[in-house]
Design a protein around this ligand. Structure first.
Ligand code: ADP
Length: 356
């Protein structure tokens, strides 16, 4: 399998007072440069840990399309960043024995970007489009016949001499990835044969992911050390790997460290202000603002975004999903509400209070 990268798969440095956020589930700029994500990325089916329902569904479809010698149906994967959507596309390509071309919607702004990409596809290849909900209307309209009838309609000439030319495409598979499925237009959504959500990972799966990554990094870590990272990584493999690298840095500068244990992980993550539930300053600022300025809510998303100086889309797709998942935040028709569990958590340690 080869990975062909088309355009840029954008990275999102999520800046907090000029610093990248350690718990940002999106790829940070420095990780893109060092290709950190790639070195730990599972390469095949067995290495892809967890998400058993998704794997079960896709395994059947892969087997069926291989036995019928057909292209796999188009697949839409959705869920918060860092849960393995790109990884799954690459694993699928490996299983199918084809190439996977990787791009993202912001790299497909001009019609010729889309046309060029489609015309270069070979039979049964995978085309991965990240953030597919951000495709322009023109790009979506080019994709509709490509997905449904494997052809593109090109307009040649101008004015009264303009003609539409149909060009046949090989049968290919689009893997769309999105953090915001509700923002995808319904004609595009309807063209996917398989639509599946990726969920936050269970602790035991995260533990396996961390042990595998530690092995690849040549780091000895105790069972308790690995479980401590698993508890603090917000159910997200990308964050687990990132925390592991920070713990490794911390261990490297300590003297006489044979094995990374729970105590060392705790000290390393305290240094980065990641608490035992996996919350960082951004989460604590958000929760504290709702508790202190709005008596636990409800508070509208736009008010929150303005008060915290963040984009509302970032809050909604990057910060909030984990807080909702662990029951610290609720979305109500009138706005966000902080739960008593969050109040208890913030009260339990004064060092976690919002900095003035
Ligand atoms: P997404 O596309 O959903 O943002 P990625 O597929 O880029 O997420 O995954 C981010 C990183 O997390 C990968 O580079 C990989 O190292 C790790 N990862 C993701 N899913 C898994 C998994 N199921 N098993 C092991 N590692 C994983």
């Amino acid at each position: 399998m080869a990975i062909v990268s088309s355009g840029s798969k954008k990275s999102y440095p999520y800046n907090l007072n000029g610093k990248s956020r350690l718990l940002d589930p999106k790829t940070l700029e420095e990780e893109t440069k060092k290709r950190n994500d790639d070195s730990l990325r599972p390469k095949c089916w067995n290495e892809f840990i967890g998400q058993s329902e998704l794997k079960e569904v896709l395994a059947i479809s892969v087997k069926a399309s291989l036995s019928r010698k057909e292209a796999l149906d188009h697949v839409l994967l959705y869920g918060p960043p860092g849960l393995g959507k790109t990884t799954m596309a690459l694993v699928l390509a490996k299983e199918l024995g084809v190439k996977c071309r990787i791009t993202s919607a912001p790299a497909l702004e001009r019609p010729r970007d889309v046309i060029g990409l489609l015309l270069n596809l070979k039979p049964h290849e995978l085309l991965f489009i990240d953030e597919i909900h951000r495709l322009t209307k023109v790009a979506q309209e080019l994709l509709y016949p490509a997905l449904e009838d494997f052809r593109i309609d090109l307009t040649v000439g101008k004015g009264t001499t303009a003609r539409t030319r149909e060009i046949d495409l090989p049968r290919f598979t689009l893997i769309g990835a999105t953090t915001s499925p509700a923002s995808i237009s319904s004609p595009l959504r309807d063209r996917f044969g398989i639509t599946h959500r990726l969920n936050f990972y269970h602790l035991d799966d995260l533990d396996k992911i961390i042990k595998r990554a530690a092995d690849l990094l040549g780091l000895s870590i105790s069972a308790e050390g690995s479980q401590e990272i698993a508890r603090r990584c917000r159910g997200t493999p990308r964050i687990a790997n990132r925390l592991l690298r920070r713990v490794r840095d911390f261990a490297t500068v300590q003297e006489n460290i044979q094995i990374v244990d729970q105590n060392l992980v705790d000290n390393a993550l305290k240094l980065h202000q990641v608490d035992e539930c996996g919350l960082d300053q951004t989460d604590r600022r958000l929760l504290s603002f709702i508790i202190e300025a709005h008596n636990c809510g409800p508070v509208g998303l736009e008010t929150l975004a303005a008060a915290l100086g963040e984009e509302s889309a970032t809050l909604e797709t990057v910060v909030e999903p984990f807080l909702l998942q662990i029951g610290f935040l609720k979305r109500t028709p009138r706005g966000r509400v902080v739960t008593s569990a969050a109040v208890d958590h913030l009260n339990c340690d004064d060092s976690l209070r919002m900095p003035n």
